[in-house]
Design a protein around this ligand. Sequence first.
Ligand code: SF4
Ligand code: FES
Length: 376
Amino acid sequence: MSGGSDNVPDKAPDRPAVAPPLGLLAELTHRCPLQCPYCYNPVSLSGRGTELSTESWQQLFAAARALGVLQLHLSGGEPMARPDLLPLITHAAGCGLYSNLITSGVRLDRDGAQALADCGLDHVQLSFQDTDPVMADHISAYRDSFARKCAAAEAVRAAELPLTVNFVVHRQNLDRLPDMIALALSLQAGRIEIAHVQYYGWALRNRAALMPTRAQIDRASEAVAAARVAHAGRLVIDYVVPDYYAARPKPCMGGWGRQFLVVAPDGDVLPCHAAKSIPGLVFENVTQRPLADIWRDGEAFERFRGTRWMREPCRSCAYRETDFGGCRCQAMALTGAAENTDPACALSPAHAQMLAIAERDADAAPPPFAYRRFGG
Ligand code: SF4
Ligand code: FES
């Protein structure tokens, strides 16, 4: 990794200052033993031979902390596929980063969870595919995945690590949302994240198999509202509604290049995990340029930072500094241009078409899954 400045410089005369990022998503590897059809990683994955070394990740963590990053999310693929995960966590803790491990849990036992805690890990986020064990195995293409995840959750609690469980929801599991909340309570999770599939990357290939109906969404929203009242103070429920049935977009990543950065397994620095789905962006690598410089003026970060890049209707919209035009990757996937308004917005010319796609897919019989096979 090359040397260079660690801090974001003061405001230059011709451009606004760039605030430091809050969070870093470190995709330690794309390798994964599961094969989920809604995988959000790029269609083209980084092989093991291109992954950053232990030392490069450790240097990156130090540079991220110096830049102002507070939260480190260790993700993948499956981060536990990295044999150096423990020294990486130890180093992150030494840098003063709050570390969150996002894992499938299928390789996490009691000794492993205790070792993570001993290294200074702060939090575990455990992903579940379903509460029905047969469906969980079907969605993940991994035998006994549900039982293994439940055991992993118990191991995390035994190690006294805070636990969040997350579910990616879609047409084939959404009706079990009340069971998901009950499972989170029984596993003594402090938080549950329930997020609908985002249709870019590999997931776009499985849209017809995963798109829920409007009636499913309405039932799920009612169940979440009731559970929030029933379990207030015991379980935090984060629920992300699906874009295809929304009227307003979410500020994806808190706005492009505003709060978060992602480092891919090979060291490429991205404004979001799906940014490589946007043609023409140039991604810089932490082995070639200091992280702070990439964050400050890297071409990919500057491309959609702020509001200068916007077209109408975003350009003159009162919400442009609230949602930052939604998701660039979704705009790319559905309109062919990342500069366009996210079609999740009712003001987008493509919004009606997006809703029509959702209703068409949800009404048809679901095709078989196209599984994501990469191994780990
Ligand atoms: Fe947000 Fe653009 Fe829609 Fe306005 S037009 S609400 S800025 S996405
Ligand atoms: Fe890339 Fe939303 S996932 S901007």
